[in-house]
Design a protein around this ligand. Structure first.
Ligand code: AMP
Ligand code: ZN
Length: 485
């Protein structure tokens, strides 16, 4: 995949070092800006991850297809992207408040097990969902908050030593009054910020917007750790600041998340990280708009959510969902309906048929074209996926382009959109009928094991197939077999 993504970077305007120019909307300035990374040719990217107390819904998944599209654009332009998505497996609360019911405890009670078992179950499901959406999960680091307690405590200690934090009975709080420019992300007025902080709770808070760095343990807390402030657990903004710093460094290039995180979570991350380091935390903040269900925000607490499993159980290809997302710009709200998903599935099927025809006509040979330039320019213009899709459709249907020009466009589309348009030769795929009988028999056995969800046996069979000199990969749309060179 990465080879394909790198194959064509086109001849659009280039930066001094030869990487094509990419423009991104930065929430920090509310402007579309030329992307200039900290280090030439590299991008450090952090995306806020899910709280693993249940499956991620298709609203959450929109956020990760958005960041994956960003990664594809960067990689196709020649950047090496280091990627982190955190896994929130510590008991954060149902709302942004510092009090309320703990999400991991809710999950554990619902499924009669421990928070750790719930976290394992839904982390695996989350990664599987991303994989099904054609996101290269092997290239992503998924740190868990519970594995970074030491780093979170160290960060809170630094903040306390530097005078940015104070102790109250409820724990250790960040003093937003001490951080100049608190709330700069999203240009919120102090009235908005105070309303967003939903004051109430925590006796002794100095300002409504102050937030917990460390929460003193409550009797019912299932997860608690020792700390300089007594037993307790980290405040819910702290993990992102601590893990981003540990894995990517003090200053990073891009941080993504849903737009609901701008006001409180991301302003608090900025306050913690910049107060601790005295340096800028993130160069480009990028946020996706919401997926809505019948005009309402999709959210677990509202109970109006759809999961990827609902979609596949109805017989849709997970990539029909990816296509559906890409039809809207990431900063535009998108309303989900089953009819719209059906339309996306049918468009994707047609695109795959067209791809197969063009593959045959072009003999899978590609050449440069002005259509490809326009496609790349759209993707590099703040990920304008609706425009890119319409350029793709128009050009593939047009008589003006040679099949090889169209094949080149399909390669670019595949690298940037990740829709598994079926370019078997590029993957070195072997047609099933060309595989030796022994390998075919092992494949059939493996399919049966997978159907019975006997994944241990399926893995053993994969190893046996490897011993025969072939690699099996489970890709969206089916299993792929390739011969090892
Ligand atoms: P959470 O587990 O609630 O922190 O959500 C994980 C990610 O999904 C965050 O970046 C959220 O901002 C994002 N998100 C949550 N709900 C939606 C939605 N309905 N549409 C798009 N993104 C969402
Ligand atoms: Zn975060």
């Amino acid at each position: 995949m990465s080879l394909l993504r790198r194959l064509f970077s086109g001849s659009s305007p280039k930066n001094a070092r030869g990487t094509p120019q990419i423009f991104l909307t930065n929430t920090l300035t509310s402007k579309k800006e030329l992307f200039v990374p900290l280090k030439p040719g590299k991008t450090l990217l952090y995306s806020c991850g899910p709280t693993v107390y249940g499956p991620a819904h298709i609203g959450n998944l929109r956020s990760y297809v958005f960041s994956d599209t960003l990664v594809r654009v960067l990689e196709a332009a020649g950047y090496r992207v280091q990627r982190v998505i955190n896994i929130t497996d510590v008991g954060h609360l149902v709302s942004d408040e510092d009090d309320g019911e703990d999400k991991m405890a809710i999950g554990a009670a619902r499924e009669h097990t421990s928070p750790a078992a719930i976290a394992d179950r839904y982390t695996k499901r989350f990664v599987d969902d991303l994989h099904a959406l054609n996101i290269d999960t092997e290239e992503i680091r998924f740190p868990r908050a519970t594995q970074y307690i030491r780093e979170q405590i160290a960060l809170a200690q630094t903040l306390e030593q530097k005078g940015f934090a104070y102790r109250i009975a409820d724990g250790l709080y960040f003093d937003t009054g001490k951080f100049p420019g608190y709330g700069k992300l999203g240009n919120f007025s102090s009235a908005d910020l105070e309303a967003g902080a939903r004051v109430a709770v925590a006796h002794g808070k100095r300002h409504p917007t102050d937030f917990a760095l460390w929460r003193a343990a409550k009797l019912h807390d299932l997860q608690q750790w020792d700390s300089p402030w007594g037993k307790g657990n980290p405040g819910w903004h702290l993990e992102c600041s601590a893990m981003s710093r540990s894995l990517l460094g003090t200053e990073i290039d891009i941080h993504t998340g849903g737009e609901d995180h701008i006001q409180v979570h991301h302003n608090n991350e900025i306050a913690q990280s910049e107060a601790a380091s005295g340096r800028r935390f993130v160069r480009y903040w990028m946020h996706n708009a919401f997926l809505t269900m019948n005009g309402e925000k999709a959210s677990k607490s509202l109970g109006n959510v759809v999961y990827l499993s609902d979609i596949t159980e109805k017989g849709f290809d997970p990539l029909a969902l990816r296509y559906f997302y890409l039809q809207a710009h990431y900063r535009t709200p998108l309303s989900f309906s089953w009819a719209a998903l059906e339309a996306a599935q049918s468009a994707l099927d047609t695109l795959r048929r067209i791809t197969a025809d063009i593959g045959a006509e072009s003999n899978r040979k590609s050449t440069h074209s002005e259509a490809r330039e326009r496609f790349l320019a759209a993707m590099r213009d703040d990920l304008a996926t609706p425009q890119a899709l319409s350029i793709l459709w128009e050009s593939l249907r047009s008589e003006e382009y040679h099949p090889r020009e169209k094949w080149g466009l399909i390669l670019d589309a595949e690298a940037h959109l990740g829709l598994a348009l079926d370019i078997p030769n590029a993957y070195g795929v072997v047609a099933l009928e060309d595989a030796p009988e022994r390998v075919r028999a092992l494949l059939r056995e493996r399919e049966a094991a997978r159907a019975e969800k006997d994944y241990a046996r399926a893995d053993n069979l994969r190893a046996e197939i490897a011993a025969e000199g072939f690699t099996v990969e489970d890709r969206p749309g089916g299993t792929e077999l390739s011969k090892n060179s």
